[in-house]
Design a binder for this molecule. Structure first.
Ligand code: UD1
Length: 365
């Protein structure tokens, strides 16, 4: 059986790692990795193949940056040729990026079966490009792998047939468990003069946050005004570009309480979160990572796909423009006893990739 796994961005690479490893152990499966090139900087893409000891992707479409239409269209044009050539039995797509949607549409129109993992995640906010991507991908998929019960319910409400849906958990939890030793060995704290529990990690890259000059300004002002607290900020290239465009980067560089870093590799990033007092983020994946690591999270958005973290009191939704955010950060930072409930894990058992490969093998036979 031949699987064509199409990925293109940082989180897609990370969540695909256990699937690539699991497939390599199965002699009935050939898995070809096709990289769209949506992310192309070394530390947004190839770094993860290197640190996880994975072979290079079979093909890179090198689409690069551009508007949504350009990026999605270019992937479709290039991928169609590749799929004609390599003829996979199934195209497997992770997540909710432009690469996900482009690959799912291309394969579906070529009558190649599509399997989507992380299906059914919903923010119910159609202004997010990710929400459009994931909804459309789910509706042209033949096999849908969900992370949570809630994701499964979302798909059933949209009239997706139950016999196409498989509740398997999150492959990001698999990656975390597989990498525990290497994460512990990371020297990111030492290399950046950081002390456990004495800093806050912040990441932001979502279009709705960083492409809005008002919100970007609120973010920078908030960090500077909370001058008693130390922030560590690995900056996504989109965010760095927008900070430069709005003449805010210098202001941030001058702030003594803010440590700006380049995007980190996986082991360093997880070690950074694990030892921070709080995580502030607009990332989908990091909200769950903070939960698994028992670190309180403030999500810099109006909504989240991972509502369980909110229900357990481990995550709060607060936009950077909210006047209450600074008080919440101070309160959480000074709390000695964390009141959140981190005991349950609705996001799987660390064997999601094993289940995905097993189901695909039986489906295609
Ligand atoms: C994309 C995904 C988002 C995911 C995120 C993770 C979509 C619509 N969005 O957002 O769901 O959470 O990846 O990072 O697919 N850039 C570089 N170097 C790179 C990559 C990007 O400089 O290696 C810059 C370019 O200026 C580019 C911008 O970042 O224009 C945005 O990149 P893009 O791929 O459009 O979206 P992300 O914001 O990364």
């Amino acid at each position: 059986m031949k699987i064509g796994l199409v990925l293109g961005t940082r989180p897609q690479i990370i969540k695909s790692v256990p699937i690539i490893i699991e497939a390599s152990k199965n002699e009935n499966i050939q898995l070809d990795v096709i990289h769209t090139g949506q992310h192309y900087d070394y530390n947004m893409s190839h770094i993860f193949f290197d640190e996880m000891d994975l072979p290079d992707p079979l093909i890179n479409l090198n689409v690069g940056s551009g508007t949504h239409g350009f990026q999605t269209g270019k992937i479709m044009i290039e991928l169609e040729n590749v799929l004609h050539r390599i003829k996979p039995d199934i195209v497997l797509v992770p997540g909710d990026t432009n690469s996900t949607l482009a690959a799912a549409l291309t394969a579906a129109k070529m009558h190649i079966q599509v399997a989507h993992f992380e299906a059914g995640a919903r923010s119910f906010d159609m202004s997010m490009p990710e929400e459009i991507n994931r909804r459309l991908t789910d509706h042209c998929s033949d096999i849908l792998f969900t992370v949570t019960e809630n994701c499964m319910k979302n798909l059933l409400k949209e009239d997706i047939q139950s016999n196409k849906i498989y509740q398997v958990g999150d492959t990001m939890y698999d990656v975390l468990l597989m990498n525990r030793i290497k994460i512990n060995k990371s020297k990111v704290l030492k290399n950046n003069d950081l002390i456990e529990n004495e800093y806050i990690t912040i990441t932001t890259h979502r279009q709705e946050n960083v492409d809005d000059p008002y919100k970007l300004k609120c973010l920078v002002n908030m960090l500077i005004e909370l001058s008693d607290l130390k922030f560590v900020f690995p900056i996504h290239p989109r965010t760095r570009n927008r900070l430069k465009d709005n003449n805010l980067i210098k202001k941030l560089e001058k702030a003594e309480n803010v440590k700006l870093l380049s995007p980190l590799n996986y082991h360093d990033m997880i070690k950074l979160i694990k030892n921070s007092k709080i995580l502030l983020t607009d990332s989908g994946g990091m909200q769950k990572e903070a939960y698994w690591l028992k670190i309180p999270c403030i999500t810099l958005r109006e909504n989240t796909e991972w509502i369980e973290t909110i229900e357990f009191g481990a995550n709060i939704l607060l936009e950077v423009s909210n006047t209450e955010i600074k008080n919440h950060i101070k309160m959480l930072f000074n709390e000695d006893i964390i009141s959140a409930n981190f005991t349950q894990n609705p996001y799987g058992d660390g064997k999601s990739a094993e289940k995905i490969i097993h189901i695909l093998e039986n489906k295609i036979k």
